[in-house]
Design a protein around this ligand. Structure first.
Ligand SMILES: [Cu+2]
Length: 166
């Protein structure tokens, strides 16, 4: 398989540091000394939340790269921005909940992108505006919890490059 680009790895480190509870301003520029030699089992990159057109739901997009030799399943996503978050698959413009979760193949990646799928944040606690960030907690069957910070992108703005579908 193709090795992940450095941007993916960097994004994973950012997520790890976020999980450690450090403020964003304190992010180190180089590999943290505390990073395990094997690295994170899951690397999440390109996370963003599209500014919602209404005050009810918002869609979060991201890429998950599985660095391990075993397939894993993203079972649930939770967000501090709304009461419920559900993984949705998109087919032909309609959405369906993926009850079985999202399987991330060994040494492979899955991208949730417009037209393919998203994590839908429902019952928003308040308005989401560009410049804000949303916390996402991803729960994997094997890798456990992972915290990700996703910026809110304006309705009309292009998706962040790292998260663009390939
Ligand atoms: Cu949806």
């Amino acid at each position: 398989m193709i090795r992940p680009p450095m941007s993916l790895i960097a994004a994973g480190l950012v997520a790890l540091v976020g999980a450690a509870g450090l403020v964003r301003g304190a992010l180190p520029q180089a590999t943290p000394a505390s990073a395990s030699p094997a690295g994170a089992p899951m690397v999440v990159s390109g996370a963003y939340v599209r500014e919602p057109a209404n005050g009810i739901n918002a869609a979060a997009y991201f890429t998950v790269y599985n660095t391990t030799a075993d397939a894993d399943v993203l079972t649930t996503v939770n967000s501090g921005a709304g009461a419920e978050t559900t993984l949705h698959a998109e087919t032909d413009g309609s959405m369906s909940a993926s009850a079985a979760g999202l399987t991330i193949p060994a040494h492979g990646s899955v991208t949730l992108s417009p037209g393919k799928g998203h994590a839908m944040i429902e019952k928003l606690y308040g308005a989401l505006k560009p410049g804000q960030t949303v916390n996402l907690q991803l729960d994997f069957a094997k890798a456990g919890e992972m915290l990700v910070t996703a910026p809110v992108i304006a309705i009309s703005a292009p998706a962040p490059t790292a998260g663009a579908p390939k």
